[in-house]
Design a protein around this ligand. Structure first.
Ligand code: SF4
Length: 302
């Protein structure tokens, strides 16, 4: 299957399985209502959500004349791998239904068991890395107690995954904000040699703190232009309404166009995915524009 065909027929659904994270980045958009009833805590609800997602390609094909044939379930957080046992259960459910799997992680919880599982079961894995500098990572909030994010461990984990499965796609996600806008990540990107480097301008969904101008963002991209083959960049406008995103309690959600915060559907396990998709603005032309322009993935920030 060629590249375009793949993105025409593979429906990517981002499920933010948990809000919990060991870091506290200032601009983190993974904030819902700190719901206690996250679906990942209940095996039956996970199974029900998976069944509903399985039916989504044919619902969209009927409604929008799309040609989706399969689902790629992209697991995101919070920190996706924070609850190791629970995420492993979700992975098993997804595999049973034949979903292609991918995930985004901050890398902090990966151990040899997860590295092996990811290498064996996933088509791609993305690491969110905004800075290589400990002070900057501390300012961003990438610190757990007194332990700052270890980007060298991220590099070693990526090499270990690639050793087991050389065909897996490696992605790096970077959010550019006022804290890292002047940084040069070239050395790290060279060492990782990712298949894709997604560079996002910080999105003022929940706060305008650490916002940057379009010029700042352009300068960051220019500094890294030697990686233009693998960079896919997105500004805020391109990110609106063009993602299918599910929150930890099973609701579709989208950025609000009229202010800060999100718009939600009712929970999918309660009303079914056909009714839930009708409660959000899924812009199919933007969705398709993404693969035409090679800006092909859903919003994937851990
Ligand atoms: S690592 Fe990701 S999920 Fe965690 S606080 Fe930072 S942006 Fe949010």
């Amino acid at each position: 299957m060629d590249y375009k065909e793949k993105y025409k027929t593979e429906l990517v659904v981002n499920w933010h399985i948990t809000e919990a994270c060991n870091y506290h980045c200032h601009y983190c958009f993974a904030k819902w209502d700190k719901q206690k009833n996250e679906l990942l805590n209940d095996n039956e609800s996970v199974s029900k959500l998976m069944d509903e997602i399985q039916g989504l390609p044919s619902i969209l094909n009927d409604k929008y004349m799309t040609e989706f044939k399969s689902v790629r379930l992209n697991l995101v957080g919070g920190e996706t791998f924070l609850n190791t046992r629970k995420v492993i259960r979700i992975i098993h459910h997804a595999r049973q239904r034949g979903f292609v799997l991918s995930a985004i992680t901050n890398g902090s919880r990966l151990n040899s068991e997860l590295i092996e599982l990811i290498a064996d079961s996933f088509s791609s894995i993305g690491f969110s890395v905004d800075s290589l500098d400990s002070d900057t990572n501390t300012k961003i909030g990438r610190i757990e107690k007194s332990k700052v994010m270890d980007t060298h461990k991220v590099l070693l984990d990526i090499k270990a995954i690639k050793k087991i499965n050389p065909r897996i796609d490696i992605k790096i996600n970077t959010v550019v904000s006022s804290l890292n806008k002047s940084e040069d990540l070239s050395r790290f990107i060279e060492q990782v040699a990712p298949d894709k480097w997604k560079v996002f301008k910080v999105l003022p969904v929940l706060t305008h703190d650490n916002n940057i101008s379009q010029d700042d963002f352009a300068r960051f991209l220019e500094r890294h232009q030697s990686f233009s083959d693998v960079i896919s960049s997105e500004n805020n406008d391109e990110m609106t309404d063009s993602y299918l995103m599910i929150d930890p309690i099973g609701r579709f959600f989208q950025n609000s166009n009229v202010g800060e915060g999100y718009l939600y559907s009712k929970p999918i396990p309660q009303i079914g995915i056909r009714a839930a998709i009708n409660e959000i603005n899924f812009d199919v032309s933007r969705f398709h524009g993404r693969y035409k322009n090679k800006r092909i993935d859903m919003r994937e920030i851990s």
